[in-house]
Write a protein that binds this ligand. Structure first.
Ligand SMILES: [Fe+2]
Length: 185
């Protein structure tokens, strides 16, 4: 198993865009909070969040390859199957595979809600995540025209983890508020 520092170094080796690094760190924070809430391993779940889009720069024009390049990179490093599976699962639709386990649903809903939270923060007058209320996230979730690229159905997979949308939004917001300096929000 790779540790957090090694995972971050790997992320910075492959992802050159600041926005992608912030998205990855935000997903990590939400994954750690989910693991703590559900009794899973926060380090392993956090690393999956951190590395889920590792190959994005290379595969952004070809969604059917997204996460498969990451699989090669991680396999080369001897990283365990569970982590690789969970990362691939967030692109299950394009890969023609199924999400089956809590770990799989978690990466999917966590990486999706981060975009909604960032977009909601940016329409607050002060653009500070500390000011954002969970109810704003829920309101924006229902507005289909707001942050259109955010996959609402993927966020709703929190229900497969036994979490209501309300609880998931609150947990995710808190997790991201805890690293506001790293997110620049
Ligand atoms: Fe992502």
């Amino acid at each position: 198993m790779i540790d957090r520092a090694q995972a971050l170094a790997l992320l910075k080796e492959y992802c050159k865009e600041e926005v992608l690094i912030k998205h990855s760190v935000a997903t990590e924070a939400v994954m750690q909070a989910l693991a703590k809430r559900l009794g899973h391993d926060p380090e392993q779940w956090g690393i999956a969040g951190l590395l889920h889009d590792l190959d994005y720069d290379e595969t952004k024009e070809d969604p059917a390859r997204h996460t498969l390049r990451t699989e090669e990179i991680l396999r080369d490093k001897g990283i365990g199957e569970e982590l690789i599976e969970a990362i691939k699962a967030h692109n299950a639709e394009a890969l023609g595979i199924e999400r089956e386990k809590p770990f799989h649903f978690a990466v999917t809903c966590a990486e999706s809600i981060t975009g909604l939270i960032v977009a909601t923060t940016l329409v607050y007058p002060d653009k500070k995540i500390a000011s954002v209320k969970p109810s704003s996230i829920l309101k924006r979730m229902k507005e289909k025209g707001f942050a259109r690229k955010v996959r609402r159905d993927a966020i709703r997979e929190c229900e497969k983890l036994g979490l209501s949308l309300e609880e998931f939004a609150e947990l995710s917001l808190k997790a991201m508020q805890g690293i506001s300096d790293q997110l620049g929000l």
